[in-house]
Design a protein around this ligand. Sequence first.
Ligand code: PLP
Length: 351
Amino acid sequence: MKTSLPVRRAVERMRAYHPPLEGRTEKLRLDFNENPIGCSPAVRRALAQLSAASIASYPEQETVRRKAARFFGVAPEELLLTNGTDEALSLVVHTFVEPGDTVLFVEPTYAMYRFYAELAGARIVAPRYDAAMCFPWNNVIEALRAGPRVFFLPNPNSPTGNLLSLRELRRILTAARRTMVVIDEAYFEFSGVTVIPWIRRHKNLIVTRTFSKTAGLAGLRLGCLFVHRELAASMRKAQSPYPVNAAALVAAEAAMRDRVFIARTLREVRRGRRELERGLDRLGIRYFPSAGNFLLVHLGAKAKQIVAALARQGTLVRDRSSDFGGEGYVRITLGTPGQMRRLLRELKEHS
Ligand SMILES: Cc1ncc(COP(=O)(O)O)c(C=O)c1O
């Protein structure tokens, strides 16, 4: 047998990332912060009308890019369409990080920052939220003084739900003179805080958005990256020519037109949040305030058992205990009030 070729050292050193991804569609999915009511009916109609020619051709994205630019209030030259936020994060690393460069993020957070940084052979600096889920300001400012190449900062953060204010984000940009700051606004529609307009003033700022959450297009993989136009040109050089598929493009157009669906999603999630918070209060379960469409709850020593029992009943939540030293934390996506009542009934049964 021939000897197999060695894989890169950075890949060998990585732990495989195994999110529970299979067999979810028929279940109550409160584990990945997706849209609890699906997607806009206009999106489904647009997909049904995709022509054979569109499916058989390599995707053309210019029209949608222009429409997206108008939708987000930027110039087309300041926006890249990406294969989900994930591709945007990977593109940032490909464009700016050499092996051995430092990448900064605050943990626990979205797993893909570490994933792409490790894949690139970067040195990782990852201060942590404290037990009260407070942002570690001193550590972050000190880390920024050393000039890491990239700082990934989701706002709000997942799974903690923390939101930094515009004033706090300004403080970070002021401290990050030699660092590309990536503000991941995956949950913007729930928080209402955005720094997209700042990309014109700050050449070291990248903002990302996704169609996976409020728009309900997680299965089609579509994201946007916003950056100063000079850098956008360099980043496009590092991107493959067809990152976004034809189905995602027609779906995005329909999703951007259907503001009623977005408003309905936000209303349902707001009502679901009230229902869940009240129910958790009644059950005496501790949770952390969240600016996203999810809550981090503390289920303690029985967390694993409870998560497994819920899964047997067809309700999926995300056990994040391993992010907190085994401390029994679980992230629950906010659903409709009816979905939240079902979850609360099941939680009561098992806790
Ligand atoms: C902070 C954050 N960023 C990005 C994503 C993923 O976005 P996308 O589906 O566009 O890759 C998630 C998904 O859970 C997230 O929590």
